[in-house]
Design a protein around this ligand. Structure first.
Ligand SMILES: [Zn+2]
Length: 282
């Protein structure tokens, strides 16, 4: 038994820290008092301790990393479990921390991503193609969800304000006709085509959007500005011409059709013949 120099209570020796520099081999104050003393010191010297720790970490980075790795190797299971538990219990604060970190490093991260994208262009294109194909249904659902959300935001508020839906031509001049083929897909051994209208200034944007919404790769066979009649009526005529060919999916505006390359060539010839004839008269 030994009396604590701080609180004065008589305590068992195992309630004192060992210290060979001290008389009798134990510290003069008990473990409890020692803890209080250390806490007080830490509170008073926060900055000094932090700076010291920082310098130590910087000077011994490699050694620390090595020790951490070695420790992880032997404590993998419990460390992973602990980590998981911590993540679950601190979900919200971790999310906030990540968001803040992203905000602070946004410029650097974006530049990094851009550089990576440029350096791995080909590999990424191959991966994207594979991913699109494998996740067709999921992507279509996602696109539809996004469209519905936008629709609620733009179209429905427009409806509320104007008492009517925005005119169909709002985002498009509808002066251009396109024909594209669904790459790597067949229907009853026939290639599948999509015919539709867009506007010249949009280029292939609309084609890309529609193809993506179905998860298809596309090959454009025709993209032509229509002069001598509205693209809409020309589209109707073509669809009438193709009425013998089965429709595949979608409603009147978004149907896909399967036909031979010869048949599609005839359709394209018809469109371009009419258009070129008009151009000659100009
Ligand atoms: Zn004490």
């Amino acid at each position: 038994m030994k009396a604590c120099s701080k609180c004065g209570s008589l305590k068992h020796l195992f309630l004192f820290y060992k210290d060979t520099r001290c008389k009798g081999g134990f510290k003069a104050d008990c473990k409890v008092c020692c803890g209080i003393r250390q806490k007080k010191y830490a509170n008073k010297n926060k900055e000094k301790i932090n700076t010291y720790a920082k310098v130590y970490r910087e000077e011994n980075r490699e050694l620390i990393n090595e020790n951490c790795r070695a420790y992880y190797k032997t404590h993998k299971v419990e460390m992973n479990a602990q980590n998981k538990k911590y993540c679950m219990e601190n979900k919200e604060s971790l999310r906030k921390h990540r968001a803040l970190q992203y905000k602070e490093n946004r410029g650097r991260l974006l530049a990094q991503a851009k550089l990576y994208g440029e350096e791995n262009k080909e590999a990424r294109a191959i991966y994207a193609k594979k991913y699109n194909k494998e996740n067709r249904e999921f992507l279509a659902k996602k696109d539809k969800h996004r469209y519905d959300k936008k629709k609620a935001k733009y179209v429905d508020t427009y409806f509320e304000e104007h008492g009517n839906y925005p005119p169909n031509r709002l985002g498009s001049d509808n002066d251009t006709l396109y024909v594209w083929e669904v790459v790597d897909e067949l229907w009853a051994d026939l290639p599948i085509f999509k015919i539709g209208i867009t506007s010249e200034r949009l280029g292939k944007t609309r084609i890309h959007q529609v193809a993506r919404s179905y998860g298809f790769e596309y090959k454009v066979h025709l993209l032509i500005k229509v002069h001598n009649e509205s693209a809409t009526s020309l589209e109707c005529r073509i669809h009438g011409m193709l009425d013998v060919i089965p429709k595949l999916i979608g409603d009147g505006a978004t149907e896909f059709r399967a036909c031979s390359y010869e048949q599609m060539e005839d359709v394209i010839k018809m469109i371009t013949f009419d258009e070129e004839l008009l151009k000659g008269e100009e």
